[in-house]
Design a protein around this ligand. Structure first.
Ligand SMILES: *Cc1c(COP(=O)(O)O)cnc(C)c1O
Length: 461
């Protein structure tokens, strides 16, 4: 890594093509969000100025990736792009077998159905919406074993994605290792605010689970971002490259589900990767039922080519430094404005602490949902709720799950927006913060059965 400007995170690319976005009036946005039931997922993209809904599938592909699309081999079986992807996954992530899927949840579905039996428990470093739902649908119960600091937005602990090993031991003692098919480990932890797990902690977890013959399945959606944080913050990794650290993380685990729409900078795609021959055999058989033949799994040949190139780009030190640098730039601006956010700043977005932002709005009036709507009305910036709406209902009691973290996520797409866009976002959040007393909360008027945050509708109270 050449570091000519010592502390800058400036981008290692320049812009070759632009996509116009539309500026709207406040009146237009008030109508649009009302029509969308105060759910930013239901807004039309046409009505959004800066879209920070998600970093999923929203990245800008490089010229190499676009060129890769032209190399698509669209044979039904045995596309050369599949073999290229298989080789890339094996080289950069180290997993032995690859099963492509249409996106991350396709892989979660397959691994959950194969490994989880009715009555099993799946410990993990905080839940993720689709991951947990697939574990439950396979008959399992998710148990959170993340460190307590992860639930505290003000804790400055650098590795809030770490597992509490005492909690893990307790799960083993309570249920017995035979009822734990695997531990579900995410890099980075999305729902905690994009927080990394340390390699030291992962290695200790590996030693503990090894003793009981329990596997680790890795949700590797943002593994390169996690690797970068290890390089920056964990003792002993300063002289290793992000690519080397990424590989070392994967080497501690038995298999992985990947949403390639994040780290790997493609608009659609994912995979399941495993080391175990028998699990691979079952997964390869199952993918043909739900996704497609085992050499494309729901992706076009060209998609697999763009993904293979994206994986290589995702672990370049200069790339990841600029990617995370931009997120931290926005975070630091908001901190300067005195806005309550999850600290320390994570890797893929800024998480506003809606409890502290709107202390007068009780959690059953959906403060984070209301705040996201207000931010959109102010400036056309689209964020999303990560609080009580996302947490859904308790499977047994039917009550809302009330998570400790009630957050609004401003997720930054990779290589898409400029520093000036980040300034607009920060200024708008600060403006909403100044007028926060006027925000009253929402009531839910339509609630879907699964993953309700995507389609629920609200009205102002
Ligand atoms: C996005 C995501 C998934 C699910 O992947 P999709 O590609 O959206 O199906 C799983 N885990 C984490 C941590 C994610 O961020």
């Amino acid at each position: 890594m050449t570091d000519t400007i010592k502390h800058s995170w400036a981008e290692p690319y320049k812009i070759k093509m632009v996509e116009p976005v539309f500026m709207t009036t406040r009146e237009h946005r008030e109508e649009a969000i009302k029509a969308a039931g105060y759910n930013t997922f239901l807004l039309k993209s046409r009505d959004v100025y800066i879209d920070l809904l998600t970093d999923s599938g929203t990245s800008a592909m490089s010229d190499r990736q676009w060129a890769g699309l032209m190399l698509g081999d669209e044979a039904y079986a045995g596309s050369r792009n599949f073999y290229n992807l298989e080789e890339t996954v094996s080289k950069y992530y180290g997993y032995k077998h690859l099963v492509p899927t249409h996106q991350g949840r396709g892989a979660e579905h397959i691994i959950s159905q194969i490994m989880i039996k009715q009555g099993d428990v799946v410990p993990g470093n905080m839940y993720f919406t689709t991951t947990k739902l697939h574990q439950e649908m396979a008959g399992g119960k998710f148990i959170d074993i993340i460190v307590d600091a992860a639930h505290d937005p003000n804790s400055l602990y650098a590795f809030k994605g770490d597992v509490d090993l005492d909690k893990m031991q307790q799960v083993i003692d309570t249920y017995g290792p035979e009822r734990i098919p695997y531990v579900s480990i995410a890099t980075t932890v999305n729902m905690a605010g994009g927080q990394p797990i340390s390699l030291g902690n992962l290695k200790e977890l590996r030693a503990l689970t090894h003793k009981y013959g329990i596997k680790i399945i890795h949700d590797m959606t943002r593994v390169a971002e996690n690797a970068f944080m290890i390089q920056q913050k964990e003792e002993g990794y300063q002289h290793k490259s992000v690519a080397e650290i990424t590989r070392e993380i994967c080497d501690q685990t038995d298999g992985a589900t990947m949403s390639a729409k994040k780290d790997a900078m493609v608009n659609i795609g994912g995979f399941l990767a495993v080391n175990d021959d028998e699990i691979f055999d079952e997964a390869r058989n199952m993918v043909v039922i739900y996704e497609g033949l085992h050499t494309y799994g729901g992706m076009a040949g060209r998609d697999m080519e763009a993904l293979a190139i994206g994986i290589v780009e995702s672990v370049q030190d200069d790339h990841i430094k600029a990617r995370v640098g931009q997120v931290h730039y926005l975070g630091n601006k908001l901190l300067e404005f005195g806005v309550p956010i999850v600290k320390p700043v994570g890797t893929h977005g800024i998480f506003l602490d809606a409890r502290e932002f709107l202390p007068h709005v009780p959690q059953d009036k959906f403060p984070a949902q209301a705040l996201a709507a207000e931010l959109y009305i102010d400036s056309g910036v689209r964020a999303m709720e990560r609080g009580v709406v996302s947490a859904g209902r308790n499977k047994e009691t039917g009550e809302h799950n009330y998570p400790k973290l009630e957050l609004v996520r401003l997720t930054i797409p990779r290589r898409v927006y400029t520093q000036a866009h980040m300034d607009v976002v920060a200024e708008s959040v600060a403006a909403v913060f100044t007028g926060r007393d006027k925000i009253k909360g929402l009531k839910m008027v339509y609630e879907p059965k699964y993953l309700r945050f995507f389609q629920a509708r609200f009205e102002k109270v």
